[in-house]
Design a protein around this ligand. Structure first.
Ligand code: BGC
Length: 427
């Protein structure tokens, strides 16, 4: 109903000037309210697009017009570079998908809005787990809004292929190699893999967690402790990782994770290592957890939950009242249980908020929620949870180069990693 319809029966007589002022104010207010709210993200695969739509719809109900700033490239490498350029030229978007220690890096540039100063965040400690709070806070101040939690150390099993050969889920690397060799001997591809550096590193991450154990994994990849980085255990991890290269092919070089996930779900490969955002693409294709695929922890990482938290930061822009109102609405929408539940169901994750109703979630998400509560939690370094993306990018490249090189030995790669980490951490 318009202002005039609403007031049609009122006896108030408005002067032509007051009508002009009123309509002017209304037009101004409407156009400002509808001002697009630009959001940078890298959700461009079918499942991700559907989850993004959940965000768009929830914002729309609250009068925020989502302006899409999508940068293709799983893992977000491309997105971060484009964001840097936009920020340097003084035109950052209203919000961006920034995670982990990168939040701190952006905050150092004084470009981020303090969420604490924007909305009342006091109650957040009642429903957010400690790792999530730490992840989005800088010096105990919320600088990001967390929306969900992905588990990274999953191994996905294709139900048809495992049933056809009567195979059990591998729990150790020894069992994994036995199963993979058996499947290969039957003429079926044992492992689907994408071919970009962060996907190689994602596989290495699970291997490293299993060989080093969670404590030493954290020492190496969060604290850059050289006694763990330059150790025989690390060499062992690199060697085990390299054995997996035998199941990859030249054809996959440069392949995006989505295409690798498709060949797995279409019964062309038996196993797949990936974070559970991949479930979103299978749900979008009508595939079901436990029926079409199984989710098990990556071999020998049963007691560990490698986490990846999606969050958004807000950039300081002109402080108009409308802008502030829109920022508040954005934050309150993202933190609401309604949004987080609906979003995670489609995305394949679990909500960042605890104690929400998970009855409508699939079996893998329910497992994920249970494991998040009970297992040792480690930040995923390949998903920007452990280090800044600048540090992470170089480490990932080294791991990928080693994986795909015919001449670099594990000892040499570990030596290079040790030198690199020293350089990255020297002031
Ligand atoms: C993000 C996920 C996203 C995945 C693949 C991860 O870094 O946290 O939200 O689905 O990359 O694009």
């Amino acid at each position: 109903m318009s202002f005039f319809q609403e007031h049609a029966n009122e006896k108030t007589i408005l002067s032509p000037l007051s009508i002009l002022v009123c309509t002017g104010a209304l037009v101004l207010s409407n156009s400002l309210q509808a001002a697009p709210f630009e959001v940078l993200h890298w959700w461009t695969e079918p499942g991700e697009l559907q989850s993004k739509q959940v965000l768009v719809d929830h914002l729309k109900v609250n009068d925020i017009e989502f302006e899409d700033f999508a940068i293709v490239g799983g893992g977000g490498d491309g997105a971060i570079h484009v964001l840097q350029m936009r920020a340097l030229s003084g035109t950052p978007p209203e919000a961006a998908q920034i995670k982990g220690p990168d939040i701190n890096e952006w905050d150092k540039l004084s470009m981020l809005v303090s969420i604490d100063q924007l909305v009342d965040t006091q109650a957040w400690t009642n429903f957010l787990p400690e790792v999530v709070i730490d992840d989005v806070s800088v010096d105990h101040e919320y600088m990001g809004v967390p929306i969900n939690i992905h588990r990274v150390n999953w191994l996905w099993l294709n139900s048809n292929i495992f049933k056809r050969f009567g195979l059990a889920a591998p729990k150790t690397w020894k069992q994994f190699f036995a199963v993979a060799d058996f499947i290969q001997a039957k003429g079926v591809k044992p492992l689907s893999m994408g071919g970009t550096p962060w996907q190689d590193a994602l596989l290495f991450e699970s291997v490293a967690i299993s060989v080093l154990g969670p404590e030493n994994y954290i020492k190496a990849f969060v604290h850059f402790d050289n006694s763990v980085i330059n150790s025989t255990k690390m060499v062992e991890a690199f060697k085990l990782f390299k054995r997996l290269h035998a199941y990859t092919s030249i054809a996959q070089q440069g392949q995006d994770w989505f295409w690798a996930s498709q060949s797995f779900i279409n019964d062309q490969a038996a196993m797949f290592f990936m974070g559970d955002w991949v479930k979103g693409s299978w749900t979008a294709a009508g595939k079901e957890a436990l029926k079409d695929y199984q989710c098990v922890p990556a071999p020998s990482t049963e007691g560990v939950f490698s986490y990846n938290i999606d969050s958004f930061v807000l950039f300081k822009k002109v402080n108009t009242e409308i802008e502030l109102a829109n920022q508040k609405t954005f934050v309150n929408t993202l933190i609401s249980p309604e949004f987080q539940i609906e979003f995670s169901k489609v995305k394949g994750s679990i909500p960042a908020r605890q104690n929400v109703d998970l009855s409508g979630f699939d079996a893998c998400s329910k497992q994920s929620a249970q494991d998040f509560d009970n297992k040792v939690k480690v930040p995923s370094f390949t998903q920007n949870m452990a280090t800044s993306s600048h540090q992470q990018g170089q480490i990932i490249q080294l791991i990928s180069d080693y994986f795909n090189s015919e001449s670099l030995t594990a000892e040499e790669a570990v030596q290079q990693l040790s030198v690199m980490v020293k350089a990255l951490t020297s002031k």
